[in-house]
Write a protein that binds this ligand. Structure first.
Ligand SMILES: Nc1ncnc2c1ncn2[C@@H]1O[C@H](COP(=O)(O)OP(=O)(O)O)[C@@H](O)[C@H]1O
Ligand SMILES: [Mg+2]
Length: 266
């Protein structure tokens, strides 16, 4: 479904080009869950944003290579065509739910908007679907909560709202960029379980990005390890856990708390 080849990302910092993703290649099959792991600054978010063709806020970036989505090169689409893909076919959940929500709109309005814009639903049909979506992501009393503003939700509940927005159009691919990093540990586990459940229910593929191997254990089938803008190792997650080849992968695995490794085999 997704075939990425020779992908480069080059920031333009005051006229000085700086390449932060170095001709990487990766694939995601329909419905597949794939992990991207690497330390902070290794290029995970920029890679994810390449698939959405979104430069980080306030920056200028040049993409190179090919991002084939169902055979079509996303890097060759014009901005209007790309807007149809974004949200509708490929959706993304970011690390910081507060920064991704509009503080002056109720969460219901924000989900309604997605459904009206991308799915062509009427206001009434959109609200009905919004309430179903809020229930599907585990928000109680969704009819009432739909009229609340983002600040009236806890961090974990806000992330559920963002996930509801992301899956509202039943995308083929959900990109989750460190979706639980800002949350406390018990809430993290709930959000990860929610992502797995939705992936099955919707039949979508999942690109799960994290700096923590513990997060992807038991979540994904395959993993790509990123280091300084390169993919240094990839493979089935169990094989990689059992026998990492690259020193950097070994170092990342050594940093996983024992309890996470235990949970994985439980
Ligand atoms: N807005 C930006 N402007 C310039 N450089 C950036 C920007 N965002 C990220 N970078 C650089 O790109 C590289 C990869 O960053 P990123 O993809 O965010 O890493 P990760 O998500 O793995 O922590 C880093 O060297 C980072 O400093
Ligand atoms: Mg990042």
């Amino acid at each position: 479904m997704l075939e990425v080849r020779d992908l480069t990302a080059t920031f333009n910092r005051e006229g000085t080009p700086s390449q932060v993703v170095n001709r990487i290649a990766f694939d995601i099959a329909p419905g597949e869950a794939v992990g991207f792991v690497g330390e902070s600054g290794s290029g995970k978010s920029v890679t994810a944003r390449a698939v959405m063709r979104l430069a980080p806020e306030g920056s200028s970036i040049a993409w190179g290579g090919r991002i084939l989505f169902k055979g079509q090169d996303l890097l060759a689409l014009d901005e209007r065509q790309m807007r149809d893909v974004r949200g509708r076919r490929i959706a993304m959940v970011f690390q910081d739910p507060m920064a991704s929500l509009n503080p002056v709109m109720t969460v219901g309005q924000q989900i309604d908007d997605m459904l009206m814009r991308h799915m062509g639903l009427s206001q009434g049909a959109a609200r009905k679907r919004t309430i179903e979506l809020l229930a599907q992501v585990g928000i109680r009393d969704p009819e009432i909560r739909a009229d609340d503003y983002p600040h009236q939700f806890s961090g974990g509940m806000r992330q559920r709202v963002l996930i509801a927005i992301a899956v509202s159009c039943q995308p083929d691919l959900l990109i989750a960029d460190e979706p639980t990093t800002a949350l406390d540990v018990t809430v993290q586990a709930q959000i990860l379980r929610l992502l797995m459940r939705l992936r099955k229910e919707i039949g979508m593929a999942l690109m799960l990005i994290t700096h923590d191997f513990g997060v992807i254990a038991g979540m994904v089938e395959r993993v790509y390890v990123m280091h300084r803008g390169d993919i240094v190792e990839s493979g089935q997650v169990d094989a990689l856990f059992a026998d990492p080849k690259h020193d950097y992968t070994k170092a990342l695995l050594a940093a996983v708390p024992r309890i996470e490794t235990a949970r994985r085999s439980a």
